[in-house]
Design a protein around this ligand. Structure first.
Ligand code: ZN
Length: 356
């Protein structure tokens, strides 16, 4: 059977809005991951309007975690009369999944809003997990939400401890960026003509992401028709290292992976770059709102330096051509380290990778 897998990274400001389309002769299966900040609503509407009427469905909508650069746009989608009816199932961990059944005392404003809309839309919520948390379990297994002919999904995160930790630390408001530790050694990347020292970048000091919210990211591997994608969301590197060790003997090879946490230096350790190997890397960010722009050079440099020979040429696909992204369009570095770069065109809403 002829199958194809197309992965699109919509321009989602500093966040993620990723669409996976699995197609065979008989049917398609679509997974939408996150909604960015909300500016993705109009491009998503246009995208689905261009599809055949019977293809306008989102089989699975994954809202990876409650940070605004992922959930704000998800709320817009959930409230949209055109897109909301397309959703067949949502994966999202709400307060009851953080605190255990019956404890709803604490509130996450954006999480609560999404939950209200899930109820209004009547979406099947975490159905693949019998309504319980979308998280790794001792009996972790491959999920087949579309049956044997559809894609298979396996969770890489979160672990139950991360959901518990967020619950125990919750104080009624979202931790802001200012509450989180910033990684020392983070450097702001300048203009595209700045010299690029991959070796120095790869060797920069690594300080792990301390965000309890990022640790709750739903991350997964999707396989379809012999192709595979790793959606890393804003997972801690240590979470991914652990699940790759547990499920893949320390080596996960996929066709496409998303650069964790928009390329933050705190989410791509040397240990993870050795364990997770992909031919194509999606980099979803417009540079971000902080002074230290994303992607941080160290995360891409570590991937280049940790590549196994069998992977060969690497391809970095950016949904924005801001300075920290354009920095990698460096002829000498591309030749020395055997990689290519692609950027979303100014006139396009998204950038896609198509695998057959
Ligand atoms: Zn994010």
């Amino acid at each position: 059977m002829q199958c194809s897998l197309e992965m699109s990274a919509f321009k989602a400001a500093d966040g993620d809005c990723i669409l996976l389309q699995c197609r065979s002769e008989n049917r398609s299966y679509k997974v939408l991951v996150d909604g960015g900040r909300g500016s993705t609503l109009s491009p998503l509407r246009s995208f689905f309007r261009d599809m055949a009427a019977d293809d306008r469905r989102i089989d699975l909508f994954v809202v990876s975690h409650i940070d605004s650069d992922h959930i704000a746009g998800a709320i817009s989608i959930a409230g949209d009369p055109e897109l909301a009816p397309m959703v067949q199932e949502i994966w999202f961990n709400g307060p009851q999944h953080l605190f255990g059944d019956g404890n709803r005392a604490l509130s996450i404003a954006e999480g609560d809003e999404l939950i209200r809309l899930i109820g209004r839309n009547g979406w099947a919520w975490n159905k693949s997990f019998q309504g319980k948390a979308a998280m790794r379990r001792a009996e972790a297994s491959t999920l087949l939400p579309a049956g044997a002919d559809g894609p298979s999904l396996r969770l890489l995160g979160p672990y139950p401890e991360a959901l518990r930790e967020l619950g125990s630390r919750w104080t009624g408001k979202l931790p802001t960026a200012a509450d989180r530790p910033t990684a020392p050694g983070v450097i702001a990347m300048g203009g595209g003509d700045e010299s690029l020292n991959v070796l120095t970048l790869a060797g920069q000091r690594y300080a792990a992401d301390g965000s309890v919210v990022n640790a709750t990211s739903i991350a997964f591997v999707l396989r379809y028709g012999g192709r595979s994608v790793a959606i890393c969301a804003d997972s801690h590197a240590e979470t991914l290292e652990r699940s790759i060790d547990e499920d893949f003997q320390g080596k996960l090879n996929v066709d496409i992976a998303t650069l964790p946490h928009h390329g933050s230096s705190a989410n791509m350790s040397v240990a993870l770059s050795g364990r997770l190997q992909a031919k194509h890397w999606i980099v979803s960010t417009d540079g971000g709102r902080g002074a230290a722009k994303k992607p941080n050079g160290s995360s891409i440099a570590r991937i280049l330096m940790s590549r196994r020979p069998s992977v060969g040429h690497l391809n970095f696909v950016f949904n924005s051509d801001h300075a920290a992204a354009k920095l990698w369009d460096n002829e000498k570095a591309r030749a020395d380290f055997n990689y290519s770069v692609r950027y979303a065109a100014a006139t396009d809403d998204r950038i896609a990778i198509f695998l057959t």
